[in-house]
Design a protein around this ligand. Structure first.
Ligand code: FES
Ligand code: FES
Length: 209
């Protein structure tokens, strides 16, 4: 009955079914047009001045990774949810806990507070990039194994990355110096003494190698 009314409202041969088909076809045409004429070209280069390039190349753990990122996307989000590098943890997501620490050009950074667009052309290393190609752990990772320094270990990748970065500037720190150097990392299990022992063992392992 409703169909009959609709066809009556749209006189001269336009049935309800054909009317809906027409609307869908028009929508598909608009979508195609916006895809073809979007502001980013296929190679990810902005076609208009001031446009933000979405398809970027990142250097992550020695590999060039092509990835589509939003302009407001953080490096932590890109690493975890676009590149599958979930060793980088998200704790606070606001620069307080250090769980998301990665190295950018050998310097530890909170990846939750770095926009991915800003690190194009820079060298990013995550916890997944520390071990050798043959699977041998980095000396600081080995220190974690040697000392069993963590409880739940959620914070562990951040501590390891912060320590690896710190040891690049001070390879032979005192316990107090290392404690200060990685004080930007928090542990909810609060076993800081054991963590520090493990990180000191890692430093020792590094000097041996
Ligand atoms: S998740 Fe980045 S500092 Fe806490
Ligand atoms: S060992 Fe559990 S958060 Fe650090």
């Amino acid at each position: 009955m409703a169909d009959a009314n609709m066809t009556e409202d749209v006189p001269n041969t336009v049935s309800r079914r054909n009317f809906i088909k027409g609307v869908i076809a028009a929508g598909a045409t608009v979508s195609s047009a916006s895809y073809l004429f979007r502001s980013t070209t296929l190679l990810g280069q902005p076609s208009t001045p001031g446009a933000v390039e979405r398809l970027v190349t990142l250097s992550v753990n020695g590999q060039q990774r092509r990835v589509d990122v939003m302009k407001q996307e953080t490096l932590a989000m890109t690493l975890r949810y676009k590149l599958g590098l979930t060793g980088t943890k998200l704790g606070c997501d606001r620069s307080e806990c250090g769980a998301c620490t990665v190295l950018i050009d050998d310097v530890p950074h909170y990846s939750c507070s770095v926009l991915t667009h800003t690190v194009r052309g820079r060298k990013i290393v995550t916890i997944e990039g520390l071990a050798d190609a043959d699977g041998r752990l980095h000396p600081v990772q080995q220190g974690v194994i040697d000392e069993q320094g963590f409880q739940c270990a959620f914070c562990m990748p951040g501590f390891v990355m912060a320590t690896v970065g710190f040891l690049k500037t001070n390879p032979n720190p005192t316990r107090a110096e290392l404690a200060h150097g990685i004080s930007g990392n928090l542990c909810r299990c609060q076993d800081y003494n054991k963590i520090l022992t493990a990180m000191m063992r890692g430093a020792e392992n590094m000097r041996r190698t």
